[in-house]
Design a protein around this ligand. Structure first.
Ligand code: FAD
Length: 455
């Protein structure tokens, strides 16, 4: 018998429930990845993620070959490609990981219908993309949890599933047609600082992080210059690392750092379960607040300055330039940059979310859209009208200004915290030529936002 494993956001051999189930149920397995036309058509397949994805596929193929198999790559409509592989191999069963976006849910429905019509079976495995399955933790009579803290309380006590070892051998039937596995060199236009993708690179990063970062995570994760977070987000997005395994390892390690890290992984699950129940929240306000956001016409200059890292607020600009250069941004940077756009400039969160998704290697429908909604106050934040002041944020999370000097070279000559308000240096001979004046006044922004929200 032959089974197909359709890899999606679970591009790993270790702790992969779909792969494990396929291997346990059939003599031969087709490890299939489809370069899906529908995803390309949405504009989601941007160079930074494509570069990382190519690494993931190259590494998956290499690891499969070490075990006697190989990766089969096809392009086109995912349902047509799966059906064509079933037809060519006589396979009867398809295994894949459960996922949450509107697109992923529609893909699953289409596959299920197409397979049922040919008397074949689709097996969808949860607790692969997330630690706890969406819908497993719900208040009575509801389909998801809308507040993080009570969600986390229950999430933290959910019985863990066993972490699965990688298979030793993978037997792939002969003669299955495959396109060449994409390689990173084929991708044009990725940012210079995009990290290496693939399970092997993910495991190396995980080992280094567990050795040298995890224990201090609780104290240091908000320090912008320390760069003391795991940087595992893209590996989690593409599933080159399993979130179930990460939680198990952190719990084994124990301590305050590990606890704080596990809590962040619970945030990831939290947003996934919101999106699974409310797929429209990727576009529409989860909790509408009657906003009449300034349009791209009204706020064009501010939006452009924000995207380019030239708002005149150094900490915002540093964060935005880190994104341009690395396709990644520190979480504290994401929070203050998103608050600046939505609350100080009063621009629609969708404008910011789109820009982030065009660059973030970890760009993720659940985490990105729902964190943007959280920051804009249209999501699950229980204090939706809080506004992060970039100067106060800078003083607290980049007290010495090192993060700003790293990313904003025009300001590298200004020592200490004075770097956060270069406009105060005019006339002192220390001003930074070429660095813009603030594009909007903080007090004006605050007044506009309070009026808009009726505060
Ligand atoms: P760590 O601090 O090491 O955290 C470990 C893991 O926990 C992360 O890799 C991530 O998977 C998860 N995590 C941490 N914080 C959050 C959070 N607030 N929400 C959900 N999961 C979290 N994360 C993405 O993975 N993709 C996105 O597209 C994304 N967009 C964001 C947009 C905005 C406006 C904001 C405020 C946050 C966004 N985040 C997103 C969440 C968070 O900023 C990143 O996950 C984190 O910065 C990634 O770096 P890290 O792996 O070093 O995180």
């Amino acid at each position: 018998t032959v089974a197909v494993v359709l890899f999606t956001r679970d591009l790993r051999l270790r702790d992969n429930p779909a792969l494990r189930a396929a291997l346990a149920s059939a003599d031969a397995v087709v490890p299939l990845f489809v370069r899906d036309d529908a995803i390309a058509a949405t504009g989601y397949a941007v160079p930074n993620r494509q570069a990382f994805l190519a690494d993931c596929l190259t590494d998956l193929d290499r690891q499969l070959r070490e075990r006697g198999g190989r990766l089969v790559v096809r392009s086109g409509d995912v349902v047509e490609q799966v059906c064509s592989v079933l037809h060519e191999t006589g396979a009867t069963d398809v295994h894949m990981a459960a996922d949450v976006s509107a697109y992923a849910q529609a893909r699953e429905d289409r596959l299920r219908r197409a397979l049922a019509a040919g008397r074949r079976r689709l097996h969808v495995h949860d607790r692969s993309v997330t630690v706890v399955a969406p819908g497993d933790i719900t208040p009575a009579g509801k389909d998801h949890m809308a507040v993080f803290t009570p969600y986390f309380r229950r999430w933290a006590t959910a019985p863990p599933r066993e972490v699965l070892a990688a298979p030793r051998r993978v037997h792939v039937p002969a003669g299955v047609r495959s396109e060449p596995v994409p390689s990173r060199e084929d991708v044009r236009g990725a940012a210079p600082g995009v990290g290496r993708g693939g399970e092997s690179a993910g495991r190396a990063r995980l080992a280094a992080w567990t050795r040298s970062g995890l224990d201090a995570y609780a104290e240091r994760h908000d320090d912008l210059a320390a760069d003391a977070t795991s940087r595992l987000s893209a590996h989690l997005h593409f599933g080159t690392l399993s979130p179930v395994e990460l939680v198990a390892r952190a719990r084994r390690r124990g301590g305050l750092g590990a606890e704080a890290f596990v809590r962040q992984l619970a945030w990831r699950d939290f947003h996934h379960q919101v999106l699974a129940a409310r797929p429209a929240a990727s576009r529409a306000d989860y909790r509408p607040r009657g906003d009449r956001w300034r349009t791209e016409e009204q706020a064009g200059e501010e939006i452009e300055a924000w995207q380019q890292g030239r708002t005149g607020y150094p900490v915002v600009d540093a964060a935005m330039r880190q994104l341009l250069h690395e396709g990644w941004m520190h979480n504290r940077g994401r929070l203050l940059a998103a608050s600046f756009l939505t609350k100080t400039c009063y621009v629609d969160w969708r404008v910011g979310a789109r820009h982030f998704l065009s660059l973030l290697v970890d760009g993720d429908v659940a985490n990105n859209q729902l964190n943007w909604q959280w920051t804009a106050g249209t999501g699950t934040d229980t204090r939706p009208n809080r506004v992060l002041n970039p100067l106060a944020q800078a003083a607290r999370y980049d007290p010495d200004g090192a993060y700003v000097r790293r990313w904003v070279p025009e300001l590298e000559g200004i020592a200490g915290r004075a770097v956060h308000a270069p406009w105060k240096l005019h006339g002192t001979g220390r001003a930074a030529p070429g660095y813009p004046a603030p594009v909007v006044g903080l007090a004006d922004g605050l007044t506009r936002f309070r009026r808009a929200r009726g505060g």
